[in-house]
Design a protein around this ligand. Structure first.
Ligand code: ADP
Length: 893
């Protein structure tokens, strides 16, 4: 997609560049043609000026010559009419010759004529004997144009051998002719003086014979007859052109010419050589073309380069997008896997916790302890991998909250002290007693960082001690901030100098072979380092191989309360001494909590965990059920499972919080989640939960949470702890007496082990079974009635309830049958219901006999007991019945 776009862009850019190039070329061509035109116009103007000036000059001379002949002819006509003598006429011609010479002396005029049969000249030239005037062109032309002044084409003068022209006219007697010779050489001189520099001037007669030329050698040549010469090329150009201005090419040179036709049909041409101008222009154009080409080349190169760069960037972007997508897919996969993996681990840890609590057999509890350690390790590994995936996806956020440093240290030390003790290591605490108590920061991440380093210290130390130091520096009362100085030193295996660089690379474990017995993924330190970086700190290491290591960091924190922590070590040691004396920290018999989880087993586990706190617990198997219960009374705390069908925990929370009439609008609501994926913690707090607990629920965390959120007046010290434990053991052993009953049940196909497991102990199981037995007839009747009424919807709900009951008491196969009927009800498959309903009901009814064998015995009446108050009994039965409906063993008890 992107590639196509970039190709389209590239083509667009190329077209754009071509248009630019064409534009440039166009501009250059227009500019140069304008320049050329300007040059040509300049030259043409010069040529025109030359030609017009020369033509005018020569015409003026001619006019003067013609005027002279006209005047002279007129006088002579009168003299002939007056019959004046030839001598008079000759004198007149001599005088006139002198006066004409005065006027147009440059042309060496010479007046002569053939008058009254005598050849007369104004000068002293005498003709040779063979000179016959009547045969001369001037005489013939005048005679053939009677009375008119005519011009005789240039010819060679008989007296001077010069080329001359003659203006001639016949006189009134029709035989006499007067003529005036004018020397053409003088035109030549005139042309030479008038010609601009470098111009070639020529005067041609009507036959294109040269009368005058700026090159004297050209005189008298006829350009029509002289093929291949410059002159003939000019004449050809002139004749071809319709215009006065025309162009001539000759001998690889370019000329511009201008022609003016004169009155006597002569032609005055001015020609100028424009070759040098053109060449200069071409040279300039070449230079411009080269510069433009270079410019275009640079432009195209830049275009190609930027295209390649863009393609490269796009390729990198695509790769980046792909890798982000892959990373997100990996993150999502890990998130899903986390849920999938954590759910069975929850079950393992939860059930195991119950084994630990309920079993009195030593070897079983020993196995269960091992299961506990292994499953906790497994959880830690999964959490590490998940945290890492979160870091990879850049989703790890630091969420500052107010926290008490003593609780952070407490949690860490409680956790690590046990591990250190188990390994025979001494945990030394050096906590500055002046350290401020309350801060704003990400308590959970700080705990995680210190725990990671401390766990490593324990893991990689065989003997000696671990010193956990915490002090502070840079106290700033104005800004309410301090820098916490945390260091953890051990006397362990140490790290080689060359390995220190590898410490923080993910999945890298140092000296793998040597440490293969130590659990680890190689992720802990890289997560720790990243977390510290996110909080603006840096993890530092000092280590001597074989002697020990020290990990330390300085973390700036905002102080909320400057009250000093005090002597923590002492408080901690006291706490340790008292710890061994109790299990549950408190009881809260007046406290009431609501627990919502779609999984009945989870509800049982949760309730077993807080059984000894005596807290009253209402349970709901769905969000809606939870909401309904929350409307009825105020709870001290509500625990909401996140993942529930139909209405999940977040939706349920929103509905409770949005309902102003709900008495629990302000009740603390804790999220229960198996979701340890990236961002889960942030999400829950953001959604409005007050806190959250991860599953499998850690009993200590659960107690701490309850202590934190239950109102203080509900809590009292647990003084009956040991007693309670004993009691429980007793009741377990009394349950053992019931082995006969269990055998009866097992013979009836009931998996009593599963039943006990599902109910949270033998005692509970027997109670659950009792309730089941009591309600059998009612259940059967309800189901059959709904079927008879064809009310499939309610029939399905009741079969669903029966299915859950059957599964809990250890009749999973029968439970499956009920499940199939439930499915058929949901899909409206009434055929299947009709075919299989009786079979389920028969098997169900078949249970009555063995169960009555166990529970029927109870029916023996105790007549000597006092009769109960009727109202009280009604109330009591109502409560028992509702507890039985909810399968709430505690309430029933
Ligand atoms: P792991 O899960 O392997 O412990 P970490 O990232 O926490 O992963 O630590 C990386 C490596 O650093 C460990 O494999 C170990 O070789 C070394 N290491 C960490 N802490 C210490 C320590 N206190 N003493 C000696 N080596 C340590």
């Amino acid at each position: 997609m992107k590639e196509k776009r970039s190709k389209r862009n590239f083509i667009k850019n190329i077209i754009y560049s071509l248009v630019m190039i064409l534009f440039f070329v166009g501009i250059i061509v227009i500019f140069y043609s304008m320049l050329q035109k300007e040059i040509e116009e300049n030259i043409t103007r010069k040529c025109e000026l030359n030609a017009v000036k020369s033509a005018e000059q020569i015409e003026r001379y001619f006019t003067m010559g013609m005027d002279s002949i006209s005047l002279t002819g007129y006088t002579l006509d009168n003299m002939l009419l007056d019959k004046r003598s030839n001598d008079d006429i000759r004198d007149y011609i001599v005088n006139q010759d002198i006066s004409i010479a005065d006027i147009i002396q440059d042309f060496e005029p010479s007046l002569y004529g053939y008058i009254n049969g005598e050849f007369m000249t104004g000068d002293d030239w005498s003709a040779s004997e063979d000179y016959e005037p009547t045969e001369r062109p001037w005489y013939i032309k005048a005679r053939s144009n009677m009375g008119r002044i005519v011009l005789v084409d240039p010819y060679e003068d008989a007296s001077s051998d010069n080329v001359i022209i003659t203006i001639t006219r016949s006189l009134c007697d029709a035989k006499s002719v007067i003529a005036l010779d004018m020397s053409i050489e003088k035109f030549q001189d005139a042309i030479m003086t008038m010609t601009e520099d470098g111009a070639i001037m020529m005067i041609l007669d009507r036959n294109y014979t040269v009368l005058a030329h700026s090159d004297g050698n050209e005189l008298a040549k006829n350009y029509i007859n002289e093929e291949g010469t410059f002159g003939s090329s000019v004449v050809k150009g002139y004749r071809k052109s319709q215009d006065d201005t025309f162009f001539v090419s000759f001998d690889n040179r370019q000329y511009i010419a201008y022609g003016v036709r004169m009155e006597n049909d002569w032609l005055c041409l001015s020609v100028m050589d424009a070759t040098d101008h053109y060449r200069k222009l071409i040279r300039l154009m070449g230079l411009t073309a080269i510069v433009s080409m270079l410019f275009i080349f640079v432009m195209i190169a830049d275009l190609i380069w930027s295209y390649e760069r863009k393609s490269l960037i796009e390729e990198l972007e695509i790769e980046n997008e792909n890798s982000i997508a892959a990373n997100q897919a990996k993150s999502a996969f890990l998130a899903n896997m986390s849920h999938e993996i954590r759910t069975p681990i929850n079950a393992v840890i939860g059930m195991n916790e119950m084994i630990l609590r309920e079993s009195s057999e030593e070897n079983i509890t020993a196995y269960a302890e091992n299961v506990k350690v292994a499953s906790n390790t497994l959880l830690c590994l999964i959490n590490d991998i998940l945290d890492f995936s979160k870091i990879e996806a850049d989703k790890l956020e630091i969420i500052p909250v107010d926290y008490d440093i003593s609780s952070v240290i407490n949690d860490i030390v409680n956790m690590i002290n046990k591990r250190a003790e188990d390994k025979g290591l001494l945990l030394k605490l050096e906590i500055d007693r002046n350290i401020p108590k309350i801060y704003k920061g990400d308590e959970i991440r700080i705990k995680q960082v210190i725990t990671n380093i401390l766990t490593n210290a324990v893991k990689y130390t065989k003997e000696g001690s671990i010193t956990f130091k915490m002090g502070f520096s840079d106290a700033n009362w104005k800004n309410d901030s301090v820098v916490l100085n945390v260091s953890i030193a051990d006397t362990g295996i140490g790290i080689k100098e060359e390995d220190i660089g590898k410490l923080f690379s993910k999945f890298d474990r140092i000296e793998e072979k040597k440490n293969r017995n130590i659990e680890g993924t190689g992720l802990g330190l890289s997560i720790t380092k990243r977390l510290l970086e996110l909080m603006g700190s840096e993890l530092e290491v000092e280590s001597t191989y074989g002697k020990g290591s020290k990990f330390f960091f300085n973390l700036k924190q905002t102080v909320v309360n400057w009250e000093p922590l005090g002597n923590y070590e002492e408080a901690f040691r006291q706490h340790l001494n008292s710890k061994s004396k109790y299990h549950e920290k408190f009881t809260a018999p007046t406290a009431e909590i609501l627990l919502v989880d779609d999984n009945a087993m989870n509800l049982t586990v949760f309730k077993s965990l807080i059984k000894k706190t005596l807290i009253k617990t209402d349970t709901a198997l769905s969000g809606d059920e939870g909401i309904n219960l929350s409307k009825e009374k105020i709870y001290d705390v509500i625990f909401l499972d996140h993942m529930m069908p139909e209405k999940d925990g977040i939706e349920t929370l929103r509905e409770i919080r949005a309902d102003e009439d709900n008495p629990n609008i302000a009740t603390p609501i804790i999220c229960l989640t198996a979701n340890a994926i990236s961002g889960a913690r942030e999400e829950y707090i953001k959604e409005g939960f007050d806190d959250y607990l991860t599953k499998p629920i850690d009993p200590i965390k659960l107690e701490e949470t309850l202590l934190k959120y239950l109102p203080g007046d509900r809590i009292s010290e647990n003084t009956v702890e040991e007693e309670t434990v004993e009691e429980s053991r007793e009741s377990d052993s009394s349950a053992e007496n019931k082995d006969d009953n269990l055998r009866v049940l097992e013979n009836a196909g009931i998996d009593t082990e599963a039943g006990i497991r599902n109910s949270g102990g033998k005692e509970n199981y027997m109670m659950v079974l009792g309730i089941f037995f009591e309600s059998m007839d009612e259940k059967k009747k309800e189901i059959e009635d709904y079927l008879a009424d064809n009310d499939i919807e309610n029939y399905t709900i009741k079969v669903h309830a029966l299915k859950s009951s059957l599964k809990i008491i250890g009749l999973s196969e029968l439970g499956e049958e009920a499940q199939k009927l439930e499915d058929a009800g949901k899909s409206g498959d009434s055929g299947y219901i009709k075919e299989n309903h009786d079979s389920l009901m028969n098997s169900f009814a078949g249970l009555k006999e063995p169960l009555s064998e166990v529970f029927g015995k109870k029916e023996t009446a105790v007549d000597d007991r006092p009769t109960a108050d009727e109202e009280l009994m009604k109330e009591f039965y109502k409560e028992v019945s509702s507890a039985a409906e909810n399968m709430d063993c505690d309430e029933l008890e």
